[in-house]
Design a protein around this ligand. Structure first.
Ligand SMILES: [Zn+2]
Ligand SMILES: [Zn+2]
Length: 342
């Protein structure tokens, strides 16, 4: 099959022909219909967190074309699916607590040589991690279920009460999804802070009640005007240094800050700011299987319409160039790979 192979830091991905994956007894092989390019893919390749040879891609949807002997009758060839890209050990404390995405091994599809990802024509997934896509859910929406599940998880962790207001920092794919699910959870105001104009528009299309350009406008003043005071919930969806401090500053007395943005480096906060208001800070990593299922149900029912997040689809041939271009210009929102495109 054709696949995009990581060549090491500073070098573009290369499209190569590699052996088709064969299913282990507990795996299926999925013909990839769409796979998403994720900000963390850009990040791990830039900083050399993964070895050369890795096939990236942990957001995908497609059709089962082969199933291992141990997978069971539920997952037949021809089934339309997505999957949690989680390769949990099933033995550690996190796995025993039913939180496979927090597994101590930290193994994900598309992040190691052992579990190649979906920047390819085919990808292997564990039978136990599969999620069925009903007929009403397109493959483009299906490939966005993974980032939407992160967003759904962040909103669940915020324990939003209907009628509360939420400030969302950032309107990339996670912030856009958080906006969508915060509205579905009954938030009165969902204010989105985002410097890129096109991303602010997307946030509006997904249900933001107000959008703010934090570079040009006074975010705290806008929040106060819109919510009648500081927002009780702030969800940080960017992961750049300084934004956790901003979230602490903007949150209300006893406010809740959910950190969904992924910051690999060190970041400074002034704890006194949170202390004086008794702010709670909740970090958010990935999702549970319930988040995946809830996202798929919401799309199938028409309650969630994530289509505005999908910026464009590209073929494998243009992937290496587009991938490098995304480093300097993160694009409108979610770029999907369609391996069938020339
Ligand atoms: Zn991702
Ligand atoms: Zn584990």
């Amino acid at each position: 099959m054709r696949a995009a192979i990581y060549q090491g830091g500073g070098r573009p991905l290369a499209i190569e022909t590699v052996a088709d994956p064969r299913p282990a007894p507990d795996q299926v092989i999925i013909e990839v219909a769409h796979a998403g390019i994720c900000g963390s893919d850009l990040h791990v390749t830039e900083h050399g967190y993964i070895p050369p040879g890795v096939i990236l891609g942990h957001e995908f949807a497609g059709t089962i074309v082969a199933a291992g002997a141990g997978v069971g009758a539920d997952w037949q060839v021809g089934a339309r699916v997505t999957a949690l890209p989680v390769q949990a050990c099933r033995e550690c404390d996190a796995c025993e607590a039913g939180l496979p995405a927090l597994c101590r091994t930290g193994r994900f599809t598309g992040m190691t040589l052992e579990y190649p990802g979906a920047y390819a024509e085919y990808v292997a997934a564990r039978g136990s991690m599969l999620q069925r896509l009903p007929t009403g859910v397109s493959f483009t929406d299906g490939a966005m279920v993974e980032p939407l599940a992160v967003a759904h998880h962040a909103v669940s962790l915020a324990a939003l009460r209907p009628g509360e207001s939420v400030l969302v920092i950032g309107a990339g794919p996670i912030g856009a999804g958080v906006t969508l699910f915060a509205r579905l959870a009954g938030a009165a105001q969902v204010i989105v802070s985002e410097p890129a104009a096109r991303r602010r528009e997307i946030a509006r299309e997904l249900g933001a009640t107000a959008v703010v350009d934090p570079v040009q406008e006074d975010l705290a003043a806008r929040c106060a005007a819109l919510c009648g005071g500081p927002p009780p919930v702030v969800i940080e969806c960017v992961g750049n240094p300084g934004l956790l401090q901003q979230a602490l500053e903007l949150a209300a007395i006893r406010g809740r800050v959910v950190v969904a943005g992924v910051c690999f480096g060190e970041d400074r906060i002034r704890p006194i700011v949170g202390l004086m208001k008794e702010v709670s800070v909740q970090f958010c990593q990935c999702y549970t299987e319930a988040d995946f299922a809830a996202v798929i149900t919401a799309i199938a029912r028409g309650a969630a319409r994530p289509a505005p997040m999908h910026s464009q689809s590209i073929g494998l041939a243009s992937l290496p160039g587009s991938f490098e271009a995304l480093r300097t210009n993160p694009g409108d929102c979610k770029v999907l790979i369609d391996p069938k495109q020339p």
